[in-house]
Each structure stands twice: as C-alpha cells, then as structure tokens.
Design a protein around this ligand. Structure first.
Ligand SMILES: [Zn+2]
Length: 477
C-alpha cells in the first residue's frame, strides 16, 4: 500500500511527464516544421511576381535562394532548417555584408562549430516597455511652409469651404515630427529607449536641402548613379546644373536621406521601428494659388516589408535585395511587422474613427506593387527602401487623409506646442494610437513567448539531443 504522500508524488510525476490528461496533448514542434511553416507562409507575402518566386526553392532540407531563376543558376544562399536559429543570431550580431560572406563561405555545407546549439527558434525578445528600444522616423524634412512646398508635401485650403476668410495651411513634415515627439515622450515615460532619425527641419545627414547644395554634392550624384537611383540620361541632367531644385531634392537628396535614416536605425538596433507619415487622397489636383479641394473620404494605410518584384531580386547586382528577402523569409521580422501594423490600423479605426483603406480599391499601388496583409485591411506588404533596409519589425504608417473635409480644420489648428514646435493637437490623438498599438504588440510578444516556452522546453531545450540530431547528418548532406 502506498501512503497518501507517495500517491500524490506518483500522481505528480505522472502529471509532469504526461501533462494534464484532460487537455490536448502538447507535442514539441520539430525545428524543421517550425521554420518550414514560417518560410512557406512568409514567401506568399514576399514575392509579388512569379519572376521573384522562381528565385526561391523550399524543400525538405532547407531554403535555397538563386541569383536569377532556379532553372538557370546555382543557389547563392543555402540554409538548412536546423541552421535557421543560428542564422537569426548572426543577423543580430553582424552586418549584412559579414553574414553574406559567411553564407558564401559555407556554401552547401552545414555551419561549422555552431556555438549556441540551443534551439530557441523565436523567443520574441521584448514584452515590456522597460528595455524596449523604438526607432521613430518622422517622414519628410521641412520645418516651414517654403521647404514644404519644395518637397511638395503641404496643404493649402481655401477658407470659403469653411465659411471663413482665412485660408487653412499646414504641412506633413510638421505633423509627422510632432507626432513622433509626442510618441517619444509617452514611451520614455514608460521606460522605453527611443531614438528619432533626424532633427526637426534636417535630413538624417544633419543638414537640410539648401545646406546640402553648399556641399560637394556632385559626388552624391555619382554615388546615386552607381546605386541605380537614375539612368545615364538623368545622371547627365543632374550633373549639368540645369536640374531644378525639385528634381535635385527628389532624385538625389531624398534618396541619400533614406539611406542615412536606415543606417541610423540599424545602428541603434531597435526592437521596433515606426515610420510616421500622413496620408492624402490620390490624385488631388491643385488649382489657383496651389489650393487643394477637401474630399469626403478618409482612409489610413500601413506598409510592411515584402512584395518584391522580379527585377528587384534578379541578377548579380541585386544580391543585397536577395539577402533582405532571405532575412524576411527566416526571421520573425515580417510576422512582427504585420502584427504591429495591424494593431495600428485597428486603433486608427477605433480611436480616431478613420477606416482602413478598403480591400476592394482601384489604387494602382495596391494592384501593381503590393500584397495585402492577411491580418488586416489597410495593411500592405510593399518593397520600399525603408521597409526593406531596416532590420527588425517595421511599420510605415500613413494615418488619415490630410485633405479630408473634417480633418483639415483639426490639422490646421496651432493649438499645441511640443519642444518649441507649434502644431495641431490632433497629433496627440495619432501618437496615442501608435502608443496603444505598441502596448498590444508587447502583449502579443508576451503571449507568443509563453506558448513557445511550453512547446520547446521539453525536447528542444536540450543541447545534447540537438547535437545528436546534427551528428545524424553528413557534412555535405
Ligand atoms: Zn509622407
């Protein structure tokens, strides 16, 4: 006969080994299944065209990326399923160039001497404001109406629409920057570490357009040509000195600014990046003294990485984009971007009563360059420079229509000052949306990590088992 204490002990052992009998049995997911599921799922949102899909093979052994079509070339990057956790660690520790070199040396062999054999495929690293690192990238550069007119991001609306004499004026760079400052303030109050990509009125190079024109900018035109920002004809035009300010701004200065923004963000190594823009209706025609007519629609959109076109990943020059494609296939960046962006779109709807752009729209960008998210309407995968070049989860937000009839008087108010910058108090509402979305994203991470702990601690927390499994494969398998 067992004593009651012995009985309880036996019952506990049975419970710990077998788990609660009444609940569904939890089986550890093999590492291969975990990554194969992720990569297969992500691929649907990463390639817009068949000419991109044919650079990728997913099979039982792993993932193969080809420099052009798989039928023509040898694979450029090979990752086997069991190597993927290690690859994700490399992404955190090393630059893209270094990881590309490592993959090239490895070729079709397995990684040698993987230091960390713990199989921890996707612990989402942050679930609290304390320790959270957020990069905020307020869109555009202007700090006054003149500069906003140069970058063609301003609103000027006739007062007559509102039975008043005074016209209404404001500009996007001001709204975006002050939204960013307000969000920064809220996050820092909760203990987060926040960086802004630029100062007010400056590019991420630390200078504005006119200051840049005083520098030796011709070398930047040459750099831009090498980076395929423009063709030979445009290059000659830019070098001739005859190109108008607007062309110099858009084709050279702005691209250089994007590169500097991405570089600053990646250097900071944030857990999350929020790019802040304000939306506007497509095709609004300016008239008279550059006025825009108010519109009745009001929609938001958010962009996340993905939707590569064929030509973007084809050919020897596009190795950087193929590497980003590989990163987005294997890391959790795509899923995390999608979750955060969906939170943003939902909060814009709930808090501001601004709808997501409906799925059945006839916008060219949606048809030609984007793949709609499966988590929410209004969220689109799109291969912008920033959504591609920034490592880690990122949402490129386009909140509300600045030319919406009801938004115009709200956005035109100068009833709020932050860090000495006069703006509209409407930006506080928008910042609150991003703050709530971040809070919900942290909760998602917390729940996800709990789920993974339950799944992986059994079998795959054990280094010896993993080593044994690795030994079961030959070097040149
Ligand atoms: Zn913008």
């Amino acid at each position: 006969m067992k004593s009651p204490i012995q009985f309880i002990f036996v019952a506990m052992v049975v419970f710990l080994v077998c788990g609660p009998v009444h609940s569904q049995e939890i089986k550890p997911i093999p590492i291969k299944k975990f990554y194969k599921d992720r990569v297969t799922r992500n691929l649907q949102f990463l390639c817009k065209e068949a000419e991109c899909l044919d650079n990728v093979i997913i099979n039982d052994r792993g993932l193969y990326i080809y420099p052009t079509s798989q039928r023509v070339d040898k694979p450029e990057f090979i990752l086997y399923w069991r190597e993927m956790s290690h690859f994700n660690e490399l992404l955190e520790e090393k630059s893209n160039e270094e990881v590309i070199e490592i993959l090239k040396r490895k070729g079709q062999r397995y990684f040698h001497g993987i230091k960390s054999t713990h199989v921890d495929p996707a612990k989402y690293p942050v679930s609290d404001f304390g320790g959270l690192k957020v990069a905020i990238d307020p869109g555009h550069v202007a700090s006054n109406m003149g500069e906003a007119i140069l970058e063609r991001r301003y609103m000027r609306v006739e007062g007559k629409h509102y039975n008043q004499k005074r016209d209404i004026e404001f500009f996007e760079a001001n709204l975006a920057y002050t939204t960013g400052l307000r969000l920064k303030e809220m996050l820092e109050d909760e203990g987060a570490d926040v960086m802004m990509t630029h100062e007010y009125g400056k590019s991420a190079m630390g200078i504005n357009f006119y200051e840049w024109l005083e520098t030796d900018y011709k070398k930047d035109i040459v750099d831009g040509y090498k980076n395929e920002w423009y063709n030979r004809e445009k290059f000659n035009h830019l070098m001739s000195g005859d190109a108008p300010d607007f062309v110099m701004f858009y084709d050279v200065f702005r691209n250089k600014d994007f590169v500097a923004r991405a570089r600053a963000i990646n250097k900071f190594q944030p857990h999350l990046t929020v790019v802040i823009h304000f939306n506007a209706s497509e095709g609004g025609q300016r008239y008279g003294d550059k006025y825009l007519p108010p519109v009745s629609e009001n929609y938001s959109m958010v962009f996340v990485p993905g939707s590569f076109l064929g030509f973007e990943v084809d050919g020897p020059d596009e190795i950087d984009q193929r590497f980003e494609l590989l990163r987005l296939l294997v890391s959790y960046d795509l899923e995390e971007s999608n979750v955060f962006a969906s939170n943003v779109i939902r909060e814009l709807d709930q808090q501001l009563k601004v709808d997501a752009l409906p799925a059945d729209n006839d916008f060219e960008f949606a048809e030609k360059y984007s793949i709609k998210s499966d988590l929410a309407d209004g969220v689109y995968h799109r291969n912008f420079y920033l959504t591609r070049a920034v490592k880690g989860p990122i949402a490129y937000t386009e909140a509300l229509y600045q030319d919406n009839y009801d938004e115009i008087p709200l956005l035109g108010k100068k009833d709020y000052t932050i860090e000495g910058i006069k703006t509209s108090s409407r930006v506080k509402d928008v910042a609150q949306v991003y703050f709530t979305a971040i809070e919900k994203w942290l909760n998602y991470n917390k729940e996800y990590t709990k789920k993974l702990d339950a799944l992986y601690d059994d079998k795959y927390g054990d280094e010896e088992i993993y080593e044994a499994e690795l030994k079961g494969m030959s070097e040149n398998d």
